[in-house]
Design a protein around this ligand. Structure first.
Ligand SMILES: NC(=O)c1ccc[n+]([C@@H]2O[C@H](COP(=O)([O-])OP(=O)(O)OC[C@H]3O[C@@H](n4cnc5c(N)ncnc54)[C@H](OP(=O)(O)O)[C@@H]3O)[C@@H](O)[C@H]2O)c1
Length: 430
């Protein structure tokens, strides 16, 4: 019988593209056993044709720097987009889908902004659009939501989706170093970019959360409306206080289904030390899901890197190579997505951590707790540092569940008080 070959047009031979090429080379026979076809990288798109590469293009592949030359090649069966960025990647993917070619992408930024229209286009052209690698690298969260848990209503999803931020927070926690020192170490190790804002300001986690919200709820929560707070403002001080109370600070991406409305956001939060999410350290990712039938499930693994991310890309290629159908790219039969009913983050009810910096003088505590009480916030624990010769001292409050709106109103009042010597630090407790 003649060998069946699936020809791939690989756009991008950087970290992930190189990882994919390596796995395809190492596991070629195994892959053929699984799907009965040989996957061949037939054409590779790069920016610089003359660059020296750690992972060279496969010997049988043609190298090009023309997006059209790749996408319009009639001999290619599947296009794999691993160039990143938005403009060129958008052009490449929409052109490929227009041609009726199935696409695999790892591009969360693009999907967060343009996912619904690309899924619509794929459905119109009967093409596949697969994106396992776009969230949490090697962790198979997309297929878990789309396939394994397809019959569940997802009540909540809580993720640690950015390995760089998690590495920085883990270093601050275990070594007692500042945010800046931990960031510099992450940059030295190649975990963080020279411009780290996509990671540390929470946008990368927000891109991924946008993709996951669609899969979990079938609704589109526009990326631009997602409340996002990153980890830049976290001080070693807060990490220490959190530790003293038995918590770890993590950057959390979360969506909860509140009777059909969605409450979602990216924010740093204190997690009880005994919770599984608190044990996710370094550059690892995890997602904790609560399905109505299955109950809680947690997935944990490497959220980035050449081979883990390449593994996720390959699983999509194998799916498409096996079926080549574009029936339910978005995870739902009808790919036109309704807009989600969004519950404002201000209505979130949870416990809270506050660190006030106060001038040490009598009556301070009763003023603070009085204002809290007026805003329906009830205090669970208070720790006040001993007097230090009239210097500003920290006072930490842990509260019972209170609404975020009340917390913001109370803080607006408190931060104007004359004995408050620095902006009050506030984090949610999960
Ligand atoms: N790195 C990870 O661990 C990871 C994890 C999850 C998802 N992702 C996603 O995967 C995608 C790829 O990331 P990466 O880290 O592999 O990127 P990368 O290392 O920067 O590699 C990008 C590759 O794309 C090529 N390229 C970029 N723009 C191009 C253009 N306009 N035309 C032609 N070729 C172009 C580059 O060519 P040259 O080599 O000639 O410069 C390079 O080979 C991104 O969407 C990223 O968000 C990455």
């Amino acid at each position: 019988m003649q060998e069946q070959i699936v020809r791939i047009g690989l756009a991008g031979l950087g970290t992930v593209g190189g990882g994919l090429a390596e796995i395809l080379r190492n596991n070629a026979e195994w892959i053929q056993k699984r799907i009965g076809k040989r996957i061949q990288i037939a054409k590779v798109l790069v920016r610089d044709l003359d660059k020296d590469r750690d992972v060279p293009p496969p010997p049988e592949a043609e190298l090009t720097n023309s997006i059209e030359g790749l996408v319009r090649d009639p001999d290619l069966d599947i296009v794999v987009e691993l160039i990143g960025g938005e403009e060129a990647a958008y052009r490449l993917i929409s052109m490929a889908l227009e041609e009726g070619k199935s696409v695999v992408t790892a591009n969360k930024a693009l999907l967060a902004e343009h996912g619904p229209e690309l899924f619509q286009l794929a459905a119109e052209r009967g093409a596949g659009l697969a994106f396992e690698a776009s969230v949490a690298g090697g962790v198979p969260i997309v297929k878990t939501l789309k396939d394994s848990l397809a019959g569940n209503r997802i009540k909540s999803l809580t993720g640690i989706l950015n390995g760089t931020d998690n590495y920085i927070l883990s270093e601050m926690t275990s070594r007692g170093i500042s945010f800046q020192e931990a960031l510099e170490k992450a940059q030295e190790l190649g975990y963080a970019e020279a411009d780290p804002s996509l990671d540390v300001d929470g946008y990368d986690a927000a891109h991924k959360l946008t993709v996951l919200i669609r899969l979990a709820s079938g609704k589109d929560y526009p990326y631009a409306e997602l409340p996002v707070h990153g980890i830049r403002g976290i001080e070693a001080y807060d990490i220490d206080w959190a530790k003293a109370f038995g918590y770890q600070i993590k950057l959390i991406a979360q969506v909860k289904d509140r009777s059909g409305s969605l409450q979602a956001g990216v924010f740093p939060a204190l997690i009880p030390e005994e919770d599984m999410l608190a044990k996710v350290d370094g550059p690892f990712n995890a997602v904790l899901l609560e399905g109505d039938a299955v109950g809680p499930i947690m997935l944990y693994g490497q959220g980035a890197g050449d081979l883990p991310t390449g593994s996720a890309v390959l699983s999509d290629i194998m799916d498409l190579a096996g079926s080549c159908s574009g029936a339910s790219n978005s995870g739902f039969v009808n790919s036109a997505m309704e807009r989600a009913d969004i519950l404002p983050a201000e209505l979130t009810v949870c416990r809270h951590y506050f660190r006030f910096t106060v001038q040490d003088r009598p009556g301070v505590l009763s003023v603070l707790s009085g204002i809290m009480g007026e805003h329906n916030i009830s205090i669970a624990q208070v720790v006040q540092k001993q007097e230090q010769n009239g210097e500003a001292v920290p006072v930490v409050f842990l509260t019972h569940a209170a609404q975020l709106k009340d917390v913001h109103n109370a803080l607006a009042e408190i931060d104007k008080l004359s004995f408050i010597k620095a902006r009050t630090r506030h984090h949610r407790i999960l």
